[in-house]
Design a protein around this ligand. Structure first.
Ligand SMILES: NC(=O)c1ccc[n+]([C@@H]2O[C@H](COP(=O)([O-])OP(=O)(O)OC[C@H]3O[C@@H](n4cnc5c(N)ncnc54)[C@H](OP(=O)(O)O)[C@@H]3O)[C@@H](O)[C@H]2O)c1
Length: 336
């Protein structure tokens, strides 16, 4: 992969700008065979997709990373394990955020992933009225200082709380948020704040679970029965909130024009558009490991650049959509 596929998330942590998303192994996107899944991870790594996004609650995801690392070390030697970046999340239920509670959760992830230190721990919190998220983050920062976590990050936090957290002197490397051609809420407040405070964005939902592809161009509006994965269902709802299926077809047609010009795919155009946004470090693309793969196609994102003519083809369609900041709120508000 070309050098521009890499991004220095921090001085000591380089990532692939397309991360492999592991929500797709959780069971909500069809059955996954663990052995096949681990075998499939090799192909991603060998192609240069060395960075994984997972969570404590994505079914077996953390265990798959552990098995992948063990098999990788057996084959290539333990010294090459540093080629792999695995970013997990901690999504606690509301409750006391004492040091033992926080440390116990981190220890589970360390054990499952077979690592001495988590590369990046992304913290989620359900209810801002419960301010114990600050207690949790202080303990996580201490665990980072103690060497159990390399870097601390967030997921689905809004700009107001990100400002509170950084204002408390807790260094945050990245915030993982939904960001796509149809959900451009991060551009309103989050990205400007991040750019000013050296925080980056890792994005999900960029391919709308696969809806942002040629497969759905000219396709009648899919009913619930056709939306066979949790992410297809999630992002069909976003399309409905954004402007509906007819406007989405207009967008797909515009993207197809741009894609054809560069001899790439609609998904490539959607990924490239988000990679070019301020503060974006990487786009996470979900991988149904051992079931389906788009490795060669997604690598093509690094072979072309969107130009002013392309943006002039896309932007007029986006301008017809609803303002999701007003309809939903800032990043992550859909979870609250
Ligand atoms: N922090 C959060 O709250 C949160 C929420 C959601 C997701 N995430 C993260 O983001 C990751 C991505 O999940 P997502 O739900 O947002 O899904 P997504 O990445 O928008 O969609 C993934 C699906 O897109 C399809 N796809 C991939 N490359 C393609 C290509 N080149 N052309 C056509 N289709 C392609 C695949 O479908 P097929 O498998 O059918 O081929 C794949 O399963 C998750 O795994 C997770 O790591 C985080």
């Amino acid at each position: 992969m070309p050098e521009l596929s890499r991004f220095p998330l921090t001085a000591d942590l380089r990532i692939c700008r397309i991360l492999n998303g592991m929500w797709q192994v959780s069971g909500a996107h069809g059955a996954i065979d663990p052995a096949r899944a681990v075998a499939a991870m090799d192909a991603y790594h060998d192609a240069g997709f060395t960075t994984w996004d997972l969570a404590d609650h994505y079914g077996p995801a953390e265990d798959l990373i552990g098995n992948f690392r063990r098999q990788f070390a057996a084959r290539h030697g333990a010294e090459r394990l540093s080629e792999i970046q695995a970013f997990t999340k901690w999504v606690p239920n509301p409750g006391m955020m004492t040091r033992p509670v926080v440390e116990a959760a981190i220890d589970v992830s360390l054990r499952r992933m077979a690592v001495d230190r988590l590369d990046l721990l992304q913290f989620h919190w359900w209810d801002y009225r419960d301010q114990r998220y600050l207690d949790a983050l202080r303990h996580l920062a201490d665990l980072r200082d103690a060497g159990k976590i390399r870097h601390l990050a967030l997921t689905n936090f809004d700009t107001e709380r990100l400002a509170i957290i950084t204002g408390h002197g807790i260094p945050i490397v990245s915030n993982q948020v939904q960001y796509s051609l149809i959900d451009r809420r991060p551009a309103a407040k989050m990205a400007p704040f991040c750019a000013e405070h050296a925080v980056t964005l890792l994005t999900y939902g960029t391919l709308l679970g696969g809806l942002l592809s040629e497969k759905y161009l000219g396709h009648p509006e899919p009913g619930r029965g056709e939306l066979t994965t949790a992410s297809l269902q999630k992002y069909k709802q976003m399309i409905d909130a954004w402007g509906g299926w007819a406007l989405f077809q207009e967008l797909l047609a515009a993207l197809k024009t741009v894609a054809d010009k560069h001899a790439v795919s609609v998904a490539n155009v959607g990924t490239s558009y988000i990679l070019d946004r301020p503060a974006v470090a990487g786009v996470i693309i979900g991988a149904r490991l051992g079931v389906a793969e788009h490795i060669a196609e997604n690598a093509r994102v690094f072979d072309f650049t969107l130009d002013a003519e392309d943006l002039a083809t896309i932007e007029p369609v986006l301008a017809k959509s609803r303002d999701l900041m007003r309809a939903i709120g800032d990043c992550g508000d859909e979870y609250r």
